[in-house]
Ligand binder design. Structure first.
Ligand code: FES
Length: 268
């Protein structure tokens, strides 16, 4: 884990979030950063919070002339200001692997949990992948940075949470989308549902299996256990007694994991 002091250079409002860009003094840790990785921001215990803030990395750009910058999506209530100095630990964890060829892809996410997809859509488009994005949120203001997503994706579909399963099936079976790979980010029940539908159609799935948007306060560094997740990974690792699977700690072994690990029965 590498720590650095970053400086906020711009703050742009995007619904319930601010898109925050920060410059970092040393580019080397960020050269190979990927969507799906995390950063931790240590907090001052005097404020009553011991665990760090944990955020999805929403972008990292290394430029030989202008240096390195990192993007984060932070809650508006945090009132992040230009010029603020922020200590960052990261990038942490395993991010999304890009497909080896420029194939059509589908990204599925929910609310603020979809942050990793914001950067992923940009990376995939640069690799020549036609991208469809399907997002659910209970309130239109909770959709993430739609301007950015629409700039990079071929289509962005929005659904209410209760309509997401049917919309997902429709997109998976739509010849205009014809995804060859599915990426997902959001609450674990959503990830399991996406994995089931995609695997049933023979499509590989990768999911960012850490819910930073949920009620649990997480550490992002393997200490708190709040992210522990039951997975089914063909017997790799210790089995949990009496249950068909094992407990995975996504912030250490992920957060991006194969979709097969999230479903109990392999697709036939
Ligand atoms: S978030 Fe604390 S152990 Fe994973």
């Amino acid at each position: 884990m590498v720590g650095t002091e970053a400086v906020v250079t711009s703050v742009r409002a995007a619904g319930a979030h601010d898109v925050v860009s920060l410059t970092v003094p040393d580019a080397s840790p960020w050269v190979h950063a990927r969507p799906g990785q995390l950063v931790a921001v240590p907090t001052d215990p005097a404020t009553g919070r011991v665990l760090p803030e944990v955020h999805w990395l929403a972008g990292a750009h290394v430029d030989p002339v202008h240096g390195a910058s990192v993007d984060l999506l932070l809650p508006v209530q945090r009132q992040t200001a230009t010029g603020e100095r922020v200590r960052l630990l990261g990038p942490l964890g395993r991010g999304f692997p890009a497909p080896s060829a420029p194939v059509p892809v589908l990204l599925v996410g929910h609310g603020g949990g979809a942050v990793p997809l914001r950067w992923l859509v940009e990376v995939l488009r640069d690799r020549g992948c036609p991208v469809h994005v399907l997002l659910s949120a209970s309130d239109p203001d909770l959709h993430l940075d739609l301007v950015h997503l629409r700039r990079h994706a071929r289509a962005v579909l929005l659904a209410l949470p209760e309509d997401l399963p049917a919309t997902l099936r429709r997109v998976l079976d739509d010849p205009a989308a014809d995804p060859a790979v599915v990426y997902a980010a959001g609450p674990v029940p959503l990830l399991r549902g996406v994995a089931e539908e995609a695997l049933r159609r023979g499509l590989p799935v990768r999911a960012a299996a850490l819910d930073l948007d949920g009620p649990a306060v997480v550490c992002g560094t393997g200490l708190c256990g709040a992210c522990d997740l039951l997975v089914h990974d063909d017997g790799r690792g210790p089995r949990q007694a009496g249950r068909a699977g094992r407990v995975l700690r996504p912030c250490l072994e992920g957060p991006v994991v194969p979709g097969e690990w999230l479903v109990e029965e392999p697709a036939r």
